[in-house]
Design a protein around this ligand. Structure first.
Ligand code: NI
Length: 137
């Protein structure tokens, strides 16, 4: 009985943590490096991540995952093989699975990502920018 009560209270605590609101600006103030996404939320097997870009990323694709890029602050260009999409603050883009893409930011941009928790930042292109383990903020 005691163990069951303990389990219940842990579950309650986890729910309370999940139900705390998140301030995006505050989370962004906690890191300054580029191309290193932080996990700031999780739901239904998906991660909500925050990341800062500057410069050129690597060409890659994700065979099994669609990716959403929402610009919180700044702007960047998403390059595709056939065209380029410019994304400004408050705009988002969904990159469908299997489509090659490369984010390029002339200046620092802060972006929210929404994608399955299995998504690797560099997709099928292993490089020095690949992040296998993401910090949770
Ligand atoms: Ni990608």
């Amino acid at each position: 009985m005691i163990e069951a009560a303990g389990a219940d209270s842990r579950m309650v605590n986890e729910k309370l943590i999940i139900m705390n609101k998140v301030n995006v600006e505050q989370k962004l103030s906690l890191f300054a490096d580029y191309w290193n996404p932080r996990v700031v939320g999780e739901l239904n097997g998906q991660h909500v991540k925050l990341v800062k870009f500057q410069g050129e990323f690597v060409w890659h694709k994700h065979d099994n995952e669609d990716e959403m890029f929402f610009v919180v602050k700044g702007q960047f260009k998403m390059e595709f093989r056939e065209r380029t999409v410019e994304l400004k603050e408050n705009e988002f883009l969904i990159v469908p699975k299997g489509v090659e893409h490369r984010p390029v930011a002339e200046q620092e941009v802060s972006v929210m990502l929404f994608e399955p928790s299995t998504t690797l930042n560099t997709g099928d292109t292993e490089s020095e920018l690949t992040k296998h383990i993401l910090e949770k903020l």
